[in-house]
Design a protein around this ligand. Structure first.
Ligand code: COA
Length: 178
């Protein structure tokens, strides 16, 4: 791993919006995730402190968003957070920037009173932070996805005990795909 001299991680600011969209477009090679971030930012549940950027020499090189979601069980609704999307500029990948964003995001999520995080993503990347298949807790995705890419993480030991239900994403997720 290269050293990350000068890496700054901080919450997004108003003048980062264009760069965040562009970064997502480049990292994913499509505009869906950039549109998703823009749409979620207009949703009243958006939490500025959980949209984090990585900056090196004044250049925005990484971004991660955690957005409030619900896990709906029989007669019970639980609050959680979706980690989505996250991106690092291709030439800066593999240097630990993505991991640093995840780790800071998990800390901020705890500080903001959340006790779990859900993510749909790369099977070899997320387990290193403590994510395990969500099915282990009885948490299911709202559409069919392979079990090994749909993860949940307890932010406190036991915090997902008894949290059984289906994740409900805000409508912006489906709309961004359209
Ligand atoms: C995923 C991503 C954010 C990781 O950022 P990063 O700064 O490269 O992450 P780190 O340097 O901290 O960690 C790199 C690890 O991520 C893994 N990784 C990156 N892309 C991956 C992929 N498509 N599938 C599985 N693992 C992946 C690398 O293999 C590497 O693993 P290693 O440490 O065992 O070698 C970045 O690769 C990216 O922007 N990818 C394109 C967009 C994307 O896929 N976002 C995530 C959606 S779930």
């Amino acid at each position: 791993m290269d050293t990350l001299t000068g890496l700054i991680l901080r919450p997004e600011l108003g003048n980062d919006y264009g760069d965040i969209t562009a970064l997502n477009n480049i990292a994913f090679g499509q505009s869906m995730e950039g549109r998703l971030v823009e749409a979620l930012r207009r949703n009243p549940h958006f939490i500025k402190g959980l949209s984090l950027v990585a900056v090196i020499d004044g250049k925005l090189v990484g971004h991660i968003l955690f957005f409030p979601i619900l896990i709906k069980g029989e007669g019970k609704v639980f609050r959680s957070l979706a980690l989505a999307p996250m991106s690092v500029l291709p030439e800066y990948q593999g240097k630990g920037i993505g991991s640093a964003l995840v780790n800071l995001g998990l800390e901020e999520a705890r500080a903001d009173g959340f006790d779990s995080v859900i993510v749909l993503g790369h099977r070899d990347f997320y387990p290193r932070f403590g994510f395990v298949p969500a099915s282990r807790f009885g948490i299911s995705p709202p559409y069919e996805v392979p079990d090994e890419v749909f993860f949940a993480m307890e932010l406190y030991p036991g915090s997902l005990q008894g949290v059984i239900g289906m994740v409900e994403y805000p409508p912006e997720f489906a709309e961004a795909e359209a």
